[in-house]
Design a protein around this ligand. Structure first.
Ligand SMILES: CC(=O)N[C@H]1[C@@H](OP(=O)(O)O)O[C@H](CO)[C@@H](O)[C@@H]1O
Ligand SMILES: [Mg+2]
Length: 542
């Protein structure tokens, strides 16, 4: 490690005085202008992580659904998964040390993690379409090369594509080819294979409107389109030619406002979906004949997929261990439906896909989705081998079911939630089941809910337990929430500090929308009073 070179080049990426950032739910996120030093330092860290794991490491430059002025960065571990927790701590430490302590911090990490500095380092980089992303990814590359690492810059990619590249490279191409064409070919082949197995084409119209949040998903879906047409025809809106990234559009906007994105014309009963800014989330929706908007979120996506997989497993007669993983944000109706009607075990983890992904790995088939539409399905190696074997050995309908499962394995992104791949899975399931978007929506009725944000001086004063459903501190807050919840029927509420924004998130459910809004507002006031609220007191806004 050429420590002098690091010191010299580090000053070109100087840290703003006093700026402290934390590697949160999805890496670092803040205003783009504050991130140059973080990018350079994450390039250094990725080179160390690559040497330690003797694998290719990924770096994605994106702030996902956050405003265009923001940016962020996260590291991707060898099998395409999120960075290991001990390295998240190293990342936070390295991002926050002052210039003069950089050498010491890097040596510390290398020693603690027994990094062999003579080992080769290789890092792959992707970025979203934010105006700041290109320059910031150059700073990442600078960090990698100053530490003697090599790199491949994929340029514009969706976040899940970058995860896919890392996974492919570290499994010698077994998972797929580490190129965008490889990604398109693998997924399109599985999708076309599936739709060919559909004897009935559902509502007869395999057209889907896709709101791309004016992000990278639009570019990539356009590139991919001809690989899967005419099986599915996608009509893109908010494709980045006019509007601003994530502004009044995209999966996060649609989910949190429970309304359609701007720029999308919806005819009655037309199937529509939204990606977020880096295309790792997807939600569906439609407008009924009376003009009412119906949101089909991650919980309902998980339900559709779970019921389909259960039917296939029943057909092939295999008793594989299936589990559904949710977070506290899952709608109470979805949990009840999965447990009581579908009889699948449901588990709740902390927010953030790394927690869900980790839990899902305990099952033969682990289905995980956050309510906001971020999720995928993981198949254990044993389950995968078994299914591939049965697809050869079985006959008749059983063989067909095993072949469908085989294609489903290839269609899901096994590294991370992926809007494009999830969209294709959903479209294939609807086609195979001959199911309309209304029938899907009617599986269960969501309990009315509301999410709000509260600004406090220091959001870390709130600590939680029980998968974030109970507040431990500040004193009195949980009692206050319990008291408020008792005032409403079918109600539930919890609060937690966000891992990606400087806010406290409030969630409430109740028997009517008015009650959910009112409960959420009352809980917000309790947070404001007991957890050091700043700026304006929360106002009833709905
Ligand atoms: C309530 C909610 O939607 N939280 C999101 C959000 O995390 P927060 O820690 O709540 O800011 O961003 C994460 C990263 O995209 C995502 O995994 C998570 O689900
Ligand atoms: Mg995202």
């Amino acid at each position: 490690m050429d420590l002098d070179a690091i010191t010299k080049y580090s000053t070109l990426h100087a840290k703003p005085n006093g700026l402290l950032l934390q590697y949160g739910t999805a890496g670092f996120r803040t205003k783009a202008e504050h991130l140059d030093h973080v990018m350079f330092r994450m390039g250094l860290l990725a080179a160390l992580r690559s040497r330690q794991t003797k694998s290719t490491i990924g770096i994605m430059v994106t702030a996902s659904h956050n405003p265009e002025e923001d940016n962020g960065v996260k590291l991707v571990d060898p099998l395409g998964e999120m960075l290991a927790p001990t390295w998240e701590e190293h990342a936070t430490c390295l991002a926050n040390v002052e210039e003069q302590d950089m050498q010491r911090a890097l040596t510390d990490i290398s020693e603690k993690e027994a990094v062999d500095l003579l080992q080769d380092a290789f890092v792959v980089i992707g970025r979203d379409t934010r105006p700041s992303s290109e320059k910031l990814s150059q700073s990442v590359i600078h960090g990698v090369t100053v530490l003697g690492g090599q790199f491949h810059d994929y340029g514009l990619l969706t976040t899940p594509q970058l995860h896919y590249m890392v996974y492919c490279r570290n499994t010698n191409g077994q998972y797929g080819q580490a190129t965008v064409e490889g990604y398109y070919q693998k997924h399109a082949k599985a999708f076309v294979g599936l739709t060919k197995q559909a004897s009935y084409t559902g509502d007869g119209c395999r057209t889907l409107k896709v709101d791309c949040a004016n992000g990278v998903g639009a570019l990539k879906l356009r590139e991919m389109e001809h690989y899967f047409s005419p099986e599915l025809s996608v009509l893109l809106c908010n494709d980045g030619t006019k509007g601003k990234l994530n502004h009044l559009c995209g999966a996060d906007f649609v989910k949190s406002h429970q309304q359609p994105p701007e720029g999308m014309e919806m005819k009655p009963n037309e199937r529509c979906c939204s990606f977020d800014g880096d295309a790792d989330r997807i939600v569906y929706y439609y407008r009924d004949a009376d003009g009412h908007f119906h949101l089909i979120d991650g919980d309902k996506i998980a339900t559709l997929i779970s019921s389909f997989l259960k039917e296939l497993l029943l057909e092939i007669g295999e008793d594989l261990k299936v589990g559904v993983i949710q977070t506290a944000y899952a709608n109470g109706s979805s949990t009840r439906y999965l447990e009581e009607v579908m009889k699948v075990p449901v588990y709740c983890t902390k927010t953030g896909v790394k927690h869900l992904h980790h839990k899902a790995q305990e099952f033969d088939i682990g289905i995980y989705f956050e309510a906001n539409g971020h999720g995928t399905v993981l198949f254990s190696k044993v389950a995968e081998m078994k299914i591939r074997q049965l697809a050869q050995e079985l006959e008749g309908n059983k063989r067909k079911a095993a072949q469908i499962l085989e294609n489903i394995i290839d269609l899901f992104n096994q590294a991370i939630g992926d809007a494009i791949s999830d969209m294709l899975v959903i479209e294939a399931i609807l086609a195979l089941k001959g199911m309309t978007v209304q029938q899907w929506d009617a599986l269960y009725t969501d309990i009315p809910n509301r999410q709000l944000k509260v600004k406090v001086a220091d959001r870390q004063v709130i600590s939680t337990t029980d998968a974030e459903r109970q507040a431990l501190t500040p004193p009195g807050l949980q009692d206050a929430i319990d008291g408020l919840v008792k005032k409403y029927r079918l109600s539930r509420a919890f609060v937690r500090p966000s891992g990606t924004e400087d806010v406290v998130r409030v969630y409430a459910e109740a028997d009517s929308q008015e009650s959910a809004d009112s409960l959420a507002h009352e809980v917000s006031l309790a947070v404001f009073q007991l957890a050091g609220g700043v700026e304006e007191r929360p106002q009833p806004s709905f």
